[in-house]
Design a protein around this ligand. Structure first.
Ligand code: GA4
Length: 324
């Protein structure tokens, strides 16, 4: 007998069951402490727009500190969590993603990262805020290192061409803390997979993702097929975003990805999205263009991109409208 889903679950689109999606047979791994990391980053970003980062030097306990504080928040009474929701995209959200009707089996917190004490005004406990601050500072420095190695790997004369764009005072960073809960008891027997976070590409330059040891992340390969990425709570996953695809005139590929929720074990992920400043032009950098190479995109600013993105659904191809 197939029991029917509770209303909370019924509203969420299904995804193919976990065993119908192949495991990523060879997840590219870059060890930051190895020589040749720059070339390895570039080749992974050309082929997949994605890689696993090991040897990064951020201690596990620092990641786990934020993970515990995050879980403590999500386990607090609903009325408490709702106090952290707001009209703009930032703050607490539940099932609804973005302004255009996308839904997924998750709840989340979204924070802008700007200034010296970006979370000072956030409505969470001070221990949560300090875990977030420590984590975000370390991950931002890590992102700098990755972007500088990437510039070297692309043979740029200036190794800071990418990092400078996301490290400025005005550069826009976002942290997203996602909680994909276990399904309610009756549904656990159903063996169904729901959309946790629907397929999309990230808008920014790069995203640095860390999750607990619970599966769910899937990426699309060049041929459009989906593979699931085995979780690794000690590593980060780096995701190339639309901005970097444009900055490199398509050499590095922004990767479509999604999260499947099977409800068996809760998944917690924390993602730091590193973006450029609002008025920054997003166009292929001279440093990466070959002699006489034409831009594949018409020029636009980050503000223009964001305005356009706000009118789209999660799965839409947001770069399409800027292609020549
Ligand atoms: C996808 C990546 C990040 O999670 C995010 C998302 C943002 C939001 O949640 O408000 C967007 C989505 C994301 C892209 C298109 C728009 C905006 C939801 C949505 C439908 C925080 C981001 O920067 O872009």
């Amino acid at each position: 007998m197939v029991a029917s889903a509770s209303p909370a679950l019924a509203a969420i689109p299904l995804l193919p069951p976990a065993d119908a999606v192949a495991h990523f047979p060879r997840v590219p791994v870059v060890d930051l402490s190895h020589p040749g990391a720059g070339e390895a980053i570039v080749s992974a970003c050309q082929e997949f727009g994605f890689f696993k980062l090991a040897g990064h030097g951020i201690p596990l306990h620092l990641m786990q500190r934020l993970e515990s504080a995050t879980l403590e928040f999500f386990h607090s009474p609903q009325a408490e969590k709702d106090k952290a929701s707001s009209a703009d995209p930032f703050g607490y959200g539940n099932k609804r993603i973005g302004p255009n009707g996308d839904v997924g089996w998750l709840e989340y917190l979204l924070f802008p990262v700007a200034g010296d004490d970006p979370f000072a005004l956030s409505p969470m406990a001070s221990s949560f805020r300090s875990a977030l601050l420590e984590y975000s500072q370390r991950v931002k420095e890590l992102a700098r290192e990755v972007l500088e190695l990437m510039a070297e790997g692309l043979n740029c004369n200036d190794r800071t061409v990418f990092s400078n764009l996301v490290m400025g005072e005005q550069s826009e960073g976002i942290i997203r803390l996602n909680h994909y809960p276990e399904f309610p008891r009756p549904e656990k027997q159903l063996d169904r997979s729901l959309t946790g976070f629907g397929e999309h590409t990230d808008p920014q330059v790069i995203s640095v993702l860390r999750s607990n040891d619970s599966a769910g992340l899937q990426i699309a390969l060049k041929d459009g097929s989906w593979v699931s990425v085995p979780p690794d709570h000690q590593s980060f996953f780096i995701i190339v975003g639309d901005s970097l695809q444009v900055l490199t005139n398509g050499r590095l590929r922004s990767v479509r990805h999604r999260v499947m929720a099977d409800g068996a074990k809760c998944r917690v992920s924390m993602i730091y999205f590193l973006g450029v400043a609002p008025g920054e032009k997003i166009a292929p950098l001279g440093e990466v263009m070959g002699e006489g190479e034409q831009s594949k995109y018409r020029e636009f600013t980050w503000n223009e991109y964001k305005k356009a993105a706000c009118r789209t659904r999660l799965g839409d191809d947001r770069l399409g409208q800027f292609e020549k």
